[in-house]
Ligand binder design. Structure first.
Ligand SMILES: CC(C)(COP(=O)(O)OP(=O)(O)OC[C@H]1O[C@@H](n2cnc3c(N)ncnc32)[C@H](O)[C@@H]1OP(=O)(O)O)[C@@H](O)C(=O)NCCC(=O)NCCS
Length: 214
């Protein structure tokens, strides 16, 4: 499902089942030492997915540690993204020669909890949510924002607020994000899909889309 909404050169792997913690590197296990069972399970399964994707790209297995803003730290030469939600974990990886960043997100195809939409969206984004068939569009909007954030962070190295990007969802399974703050890119293009009670979104930033350093 994730692979279908990413460029051909991005390798994705997904799983609906847990993986044994023995599959983690000791340095990775140390990161979840004090975490509860749910967190341990999602952390492990997503990293096992990442390892499968890396292997398919021909990149040797290595620990995927976490930066100080929770971002995944990828081996030399690759960029990628991880996501997990109930019953679904996934990773997507691409070569740095081709991609500047990748962001993926998976969400249950359910309405957002009461009050969340107002917090995470702009009035102009809410205006496009009414009616129509298909997935829960409030949740789709949220997922698109999460993917955008995960693609933004490695480029900008700073947080992006929910009101700092405006998402336009298209019925053809694409979306656009206009950045409302200055940064290394002015926007992103992404894709989405909804199936089997799941919404997935993805952004892959081509290397050439980055504004050259001044
Ligand atoms: C970081 C965030 C996007 C994670 O999303 P989520 O829906 O809670 O969780 P997901 O399971 O889909 O993704 C979690 C993964 O995101 C990745 N992630 C976390 N912080 C990240 C960052 N700063 N940059 C890139 N990826 C990050 C991690 O790999 C994490 O998995 P791990 O902790 O097991 O390694 C979210 O918690 C958050 O902080 N959102 C606020 C910022 C935002 O979305 N702004 C909207 C801009 S329009």
């Amino acid at each position: 499902m994730i692979a279908a909404i990413l460029p051909r050169e991005v390798v994705a792997a997904a799983s609906r089942v847990d993986a044994p913690e023995a599959d983690l590197f000791p340095e990775e296990r140390a990161l979840i030492r004090t975490a509860g069972p749910k967190r341990r399970a999602e952390f492990t399964a997503a990293r096992v997915c990442a390892r499968r994707a890396l292997a398919r790209l021909g990149v040797p297995a290595a620990p995927i540690l976490t930066g100080d803003r929770r971002e995944p730290l990828w081996p030399e030469g690759v960029v990628g993204s991880l996501t997990h939600c109930a019953g679904f974990r996934a990773a997507a990886i691409g070569r740095t020669a081709r991609f500047a960043s990748i962001g993926i997100d998976a969400e249950p195809d359910e309405p957002l909890p009461e009050g969340v939409l107002e917090h995470i969206s702009l009035p102009r984004e809410r205006a496009q949510l009414a009616g129509g068939e298909g997935p829960n569009r409030d949740r789709l909007l949220f997922s698109a924002k999460e993917s955008v954030y995960k693609a933004w962070f490695p480029l900008a190295r700073r947080r992006l607020g929910f009101h700092e990007a405006a998402i336009t969802l298209e019925v053809d399974g694409t979306f656009a994000a206009d950045l409302l703050v200055p940064g290394p890119v002015s926007g992103f293009h992404g894709r989405w899909q909804a199936r089997d009670n799941l919404i997935v979104t993805a952004v892959a930033t081509p290397r050439t889309a980055r504004r050259p350093p001044v």
